[in-house]
Design a protein around this ligand. Structure first.
Ligand code: MRU
Length: 355
């Protein structure tokens, strides 16, 4: 499995696939500066909750490289004050996925707690934390995959499953392997996958462009459908389970994910199809009681009025483009994590599983 981010220590650069040009062109980009990483996350060259978390942390490492020369090596206090500002700037680039804030806070807080005496120590520590976070994310996704596949095997008594997914919660949304797509990959490896329904995921088409691409690369059977076809497939009895990722999960189990996930969950409930969320611990925000308190990112209206630069709506039309929605916990049959599958009642079971 290819890694999503590649850190070149000698060149002090981060290499990654530009997700905007997929699937037509696999373009590798190199980034050597903090603003470049911020732009890559904002413009969605890098996207997906766990991936933007680790990318944000690497962005802070690049900030350290760029700024250390402005300070005396002993001037840790002023360097950390500026580092804190950079952390806040990076953490706010995309507001819904809590993983970005989590990863930026983790690096800053651990460095601060170590009470470094020199800026060189801060840089070494930041570098180590980023590299660890990157490989830990892959290991966590593999665990999520294994836990999900085992659970599904038992629940469906080894039957071959037709799984519907939305957006891209795959290797390219993480440092490798994926969360929801990690479960699908593991189900395929376990021999319990029939095929995957891939929602195209308007407006940004992460399903059509990225999930279908990943599944094709891995030779996993799939059908691409438009988002408005999912209900029809469920009603026809052609979907055994829905599995998506998440960008932020509140203490009561409400889960923010790509716009359209909520509609899918209601359709799944109506049609007796279980709906699962697959996510790592870093996606839980226990400070938030319910999904009502999750900030939803609004993106450019061009994402709705244009497709690949071609206008598809009348000029002057009024547009809304919320990038995420919140699925109420009551519609979620289970949350697949690296610690196992969390079932209802979520409030107490989430607390137990994550402590
Ligand atoms: O706007 P995006 O493409 O970053 O949104 C991604 C999603 O909504 C994913 O489902 C979520 O981040 C989980 S990724 C493992």
């Amino acid at each position: 499995m290819e890694k999503t981010l590649n850190y070149n220590k000698s060149k002090k650069e981060i290499n990654f696939v530009n997700q905007l040009t997929l699937p037509l062109k696999k373009e590798i980009l190199s980034c050597r500066d903090f603003n470049g990483m911020k732009d890559a996350i904002l413009s969605m060259k890098l996207r997906g909750a766990p991936l933007i978390g680790v990318s944000g942390a690497f962005g802070l490492l690049l900030w350290c490289f760029e700024n250390s020369g402005k300070y005396q090596n002993e001037d840790v206090v002023n360097f950390m004050l500026a580092f804190e500002k950079a952390r806040d700037e990076m953490a706010s680039v995309r507001p819904t996925a809590v993983n970005l804030k989590w990863a930026c806070d983790k690096v800053y807080n651990e460095v601060l707690a170590a009470r470094p005496k020199f800026i060189t120590e801060i840089i070494q520590m930041t570098e180590r934390l980023c590299v660890e976070m990157d490989s830990e994310d892959i290991a966590i996704c593999e665990k999520i995959g294994r836990n999900g596949a085992l659970y599904l095997k038992e629940k469906f008594k080894g039957r071959k499953l037709r799984i519907l997914t939305h957006c891209n919660a795959g290797a390219l949304a993480t440092c490798g392997y994926g969360t929801a797509l990690g479960v699908i990959r593991a189900a395929h490896e376990t021999g319990i996958l029939d095929y995957v329904w891939v929602d195209e995921t308007r407006p940004y088409l992460q399903g059509a462009r990225i999930t279908a691409y990943e599944l094709m690369e891995d030779k996993i059977d799939n059908y691409l459908i438009c988002d408005n076809m999912a209900g029809f497939m469920m009603k026809k009895g052609l979907v055994d389970a829905v599995i998506t990722g998440a960008d932020r999960i509140a203490a009561n189990g409400d889960a923010a994910n790509k716009i359209g996930t909520y509609s899918l969950s209601v359709l799944a409930k109506e049609n007796g199809v279980p709906m699962f969320i697959a996510a790592p611990k870093s996606t839980f925000d226990l400070a938030i009681k319910t999904g009502d308190d999750i900030k939803i990112e609004e993106r450019s209206e061009k994402e709705v009025t244009e497709m690949h630069g071609a206008r598809v709506a009348p000029h002057g039309v009024r547009v809304k483009n919320p990038a995420f929605d919140v699925t109420d916990a009551k519609y979620i049959s289970g949350i697949i994590t690296e610690y196992g599958v969390i079932e209802k009642p979520y409030k107490s079971n989430i607390k137990k599983a994550l402590s």
